[in-house]
Design a protein around this ligand. Structure first.
Ligand code: ARG
Length: 252
């Protein structure tokens, strides 16, 4: 192979490696937006039998409808979502990501689609406040903002990470950890389902939740933000939020 051929082969390999995210015009022309989520996060995205459901599932479909495209959903482990996004495996991630400066280095976030936080859950009689948690062990899902916050407030040795929220709760119920810190609404639902065994403690921290596009995909980001603003104004968002949470969860 001569020098020119080598150079052009190298160039095409580089181009392959940095494939461009689909800009909004291309998604629109194809008629389908590919959305990824981790669907084990009731009531945000979860499966009932083979059907995906949830607040974020309905919201994502409402945004797609507003934009005139069809949503095609993919279920992925939580800690592979932003990596997959940057590998152009899907266009948009809607999976309750807290907007953090660290994640903002890797991806671009939409305006927040809801506000929430990390709630403490324990067995009846267990720790309920940040102060109660000193010296205790706390379980949560790997790759989440809860891990960072527990570390920040209680130190490295306090955290036990699990692949799923369900596994973290099981560890609590089995007595392997003293508490769980996880998404407020997810935990409230778990407490309701385990009445008489689990109790809610304080909100350990608050966060703004956003949808992610590949870094630099500004045309898609604008389309998503525009559609979100519309459904937040025309009553579609309010109705969805009421039906899932009995309250409006948009950031105030
Ligand atoms: N809000 C948390 C975070 O930003 C947890 C999100 C977990 N989402 C999920 N679908 N499992 O890290």
């Amino acid at each position: 192979m001569n020098r020119t051929a080598r150079a052009s082969l190298l160039f095409s390999l580089l181009a392959l490696g940095s494939a461009q995210a689909r800009p909004w015009q291309e998604i629109k022309a194809s008629g389908v937006i590919k959305i990824a989520t981790n669907a084990e996060f009731k009531p945000f995205t979860y499966y009932e039998g083979n059907t995906m459901k949830g607040f974020e599932y309905d919201l994502g479909n409402a945004l797609a409808k507003q934009l005139g495209v069809k949503a095609e959903w993919v279920n992925q482990p939580f800690d592979s979502l932003l990596i997959g996004l940057n590998q152009d495996r899907f266009d948009l991630v809607i999976s309750s990501h807290g907007i953090t400066p660290e994640r903002q280095k890797a991806v671009d976030f939409s305006h927040p689609h809801y506000c929430s936080g990390g709630l403490i859950v324990s067995r009846i009689g267990g720790p309920k406040t940040g102060a109660d948690l000193k010296g205790k062990t706390v379980a949560t899902q790997i790759g989440t903002t809860y891990v960072d916050q527990i570390r920040k407030i209680l130190g490295d040795r306090a955290v036990r990470t699990y692949p799923s929220n369900a596994a973290a709760l099981q560890a609590l119920q089995a007595g392997r950890v003293d508490a769980v810190v996880n998404e407020k609404f997810y935990n409230l639902a778990a407490i309701k389902a385990n009445k008489g065994q689990l109790q809610a403690g304080d909100l350990l921290f608050q966060e703004r939740i956003g949808m992610a596009v590949k870094k630099g995909n500004t045309s898609l980001l604008q389309a998503v933000n525009g559609a979100l603003a519309t459904v937040m104004k025309n009553g579609v968002y309010a109705k969805l939020s009421q039906s899932y949470f009995g309250q409006d969860v948009r950031c105030k």
